[in-house]
Every structure is written in structure tokens, then in C-alpha cells.
Design a protein around this ligand. Sequence first.
Ligand code: IPE
Ligand code: IPE
Ligand code: MG
Length: 252
Amino acid sequence: MAPKADVLTARAPRHVGVIMDGNGRWALSRGLPRIEGHRRGVEALRRAVRAAMEFGLDYLTVYSFSLENWSRPVTEVSDLMGLLKRFIRDDLTELYKLGVRVKVIGARDNLKPDILALLEQAETLTCANTRLTLVVAFNYGSRQEIATAARQIAAKVAAGVITAEDVDEAMLAQHLDTAGIPDPDLIIRTSGEQRLSNFLMWQAAYSEFVFLPIHWPDFDRQAFAAALAEFAARDRRFGGVTLPPENVKVQR
Ligand code: IPE
Ligand code: IPE
Ligand code: MG
């Protein structure tokens, strides 16, 4: 394995979220059907997982299918479902051997039983792995995730398990699909679009964003390293101020 570059070890993020966008445009610009872009996108995902391990990340969250993506033509939706199934069938053993823990976030109630079974199989098989957590945002929408959390909390208040005064940020976070997962330090989006598209809106409150002009099928180790280098150069203040070191006085 290649040694970690200095820039990566110096200020490496723990958790990176990736909006894997641009598969369709990648294909169309080559005169190919959109499905070909999605196929090549799966290869880019494989590269991204390996690079994330090499760079020492703890969590990699990938946006693979949004709730809004159901509005695409039926054939494209069915192609995407087919690719997800094939990815799990073909890659699960390898991911398991690499030490990857798979965690799926997103709604489960409207999924076909075969897909649901594969997602659960992936999570169960890999649950004791610790090298990298691959969070797959599938059938995911941030607003629905937050609304579901609010509904669950409201039900607890109605049942008298908790009071309205108990409801705070930490409780809301514990009811999200990402409970227990640290917020993403960095969110990368390919394809040049600069928006969240309903991805991790609560969790991204203080994330850094890097928008890459390349389409997802072209994403590779080098593009990943460049995004991490940009992250390392950012000044994260979390609402505070950054003072030169000689001016820093810690209040006791
Ligand atoms: C991302 O590529 C993959 C999914 C959303 C499933 P797109 O399919 O959105 O590709 P573009 O944005 O149309 O080029
Ligand atoms: C976001 O990409 C969803 C995924 C990458 C899975 P979209 O292509 O669906 O987002 P919009 O429509 O450009 O906002
Ligand atoms: Mg897109």
C-alpha cells in the first residue's frame, strides 16, 4: 500500500460524504446510454472505497439513490436497482475481507423484499468489521429522515416516555439513521453541481464542501486526494475565531 501523503495525514477528515453525480452526463457525452455511466460509476465507487481505506478515513458515506430518484424513467430506476443488487452480490465478500463495515441509511418501508434482504445481509455479515464504515445512503432523503425522527420523538412524548422539554439536538440526532456516526467533515460532489440534493442536511451543518468539475465515473484516487488536500487547507472555525497562536489564551 502506498504511504499516506503528508497533506493527508496532517489534517485528514474522519468522515467524508460523497454525492456521486454525473453518471448520465458522462455517458451521454460519449454517445453511450445512461446505464453505461452508472456501470462505470460502480467502478468509481470501488476505487473510492479503497482510497478511503488508504487515506485512513473511518467513515465514507456515499449517496447512491435518493428518494427523489424514483421520479426517473422506470427503466433507469430498474437499471439502478439491478446495479445495486449486483454490487452487493459481487462485492460483499471482498468488502468483508477488507474489513469494511457496511451500514445502510434511508427508508426501508417501500423497498422490494429481495433488495431489503441483500441490504440486511450486507449489514449483518460485516457488522463486526472496524477498518472503514461504508455508509450507503440508499432510498435516502434528509427531510424525510428528519421528519421520521420528529414523528418518533412526538410519539414518545405522547406516550409519556419523555417530556417536550427533553427534546434537544442530541435527541434529534439519536433518532436519525446516522445515530452514532460522527458528522461528515467533508462532502465531495462531482459533476460540477453545487447543491446538497437532500443529502445529510442536518449532519452537514459544519461540513466543508468540495465541488469537483469531473463526472463520477472519472473519480479516482488522485481526485480524492486533491479534495482531501483542499480540505486540509480549509480553516474550520465552527462559529469561533481563529487567532494567531501567540494570541490564544485558553479560558480556565
Ligand atoms: C448520479 O448520476 C447517479 C444517481 C443519481 C443514481 P446521475 O444519474 O444523476 O447523472 P447526471 O447528473 O444525470 O449526469
Ligand atoms: C443526487 O444526484 C443523488 C445521488 C447522487 C444519488 P441527483 O442527480 O439526483 O441530484 P439533482 O437532481 O441534480 O439535484
Ligand atoms: Mg445527477
